[in-house]
Design a protein around this ligand. Structure first.
Ligand code: TYD
Length: 203
């Protein structure tokens, strides 16, 4: 038996956090055992790599390699075992973020990213990805009010416009898996969009 793998994506400030919690509660209330986790992160090694990714200056290829190193450890220690136990994995970001941030944002060669993706998890894609979409300018406003910026969040508007465009390209290439959520709506309206997606799948 294998469980479900659900990921959340979007540019920083798109507001996925509160909805991740709500979705995890909804699925738990329906009897699923939930493993809620995040990338980069989810294991002690991957959390240490996350800290470096968010703070240490590094070149773009190093960044991509570290993201996939963290992901491999996370897959081996947390994601694959949970899915094999039949549990539902709810993960804040996954490989779509690498194509968006490292590919779109940084301009890292997509061929390299595809190669790393194939080596690290060629066999395993999420069952569903909720992409919280919001214009880069609105997301920047929301971030400015919410928190101190990390190494990615300090990037300019053009960076986040590229990240957003890369997410749209990923969605267009995998429309059955990646569902766009209009994150410019109120929190309740966003929650209703997510409910509708889940109901359409009978989840
Ligand atoms: P995020 O998950 O948004 O956490 P928080 O809400 O605490 O800011 O931040 C993680 C950052 O890592 C985010 O700016 C995107 C970046 N990131 C990548 O660049 N590539 C990746 O593959 C992943 C998973 C994240």
């Amino acid at each position: 038996m294998t469980g479900r793998f659900i990921t959340f994506e979007g540019i920083d400030g798109a507001g996925k956090s509160t909805h991740i919690e709500a979705l995890a509660r909804r699925l738990a209330a329906r009897g699923a055992t939930i493993v809620q986790t995040r990338e980069p992160g989810g294991t002690p090694l991957a959390e240490a790599l996350r800290e470096m990714l968010l703070t240490a200056p590094m070149d773009a290829m190093t960044e991509a390699l570290l993201v996939f190193a963290a992901r491999r450890d996370h897959l081996r220690q947390v994601i694959r075992p949970a899915l094999q136990r039949g549990e539902t994995v709810v993960c804040d970001r996954y490989t779509d973020a690498t194509f968006a941030y490292q590919g779109g944002g940084r301009g890292t060669d997509l061929g390299l990213l595809r190669e790393l993706e194939a080596r690290v998890h060629g066999d395993l894609q999420p069952d569903l990805t909720l992409w919280f979409d919001l214009p880069a300018e609105i997301a920047a406003d929301r971030r400015a009010r919410a928190r101190a910026a990390d190494r990615f969040e300090r990037e300019d508007l053009a960076f986040f416009e590229r990240v957003r465009a890369a997410y749209e390209a990923r969605r267009a290439a995998a429309p059955a898996r990646i569902v766009r959520i209009d994150s410019s709506r109120t929190r309740d309206e966003v929650a209703r969009q997510i409910d509708a997606v889940m109901e359409a799948r009978g989840w």
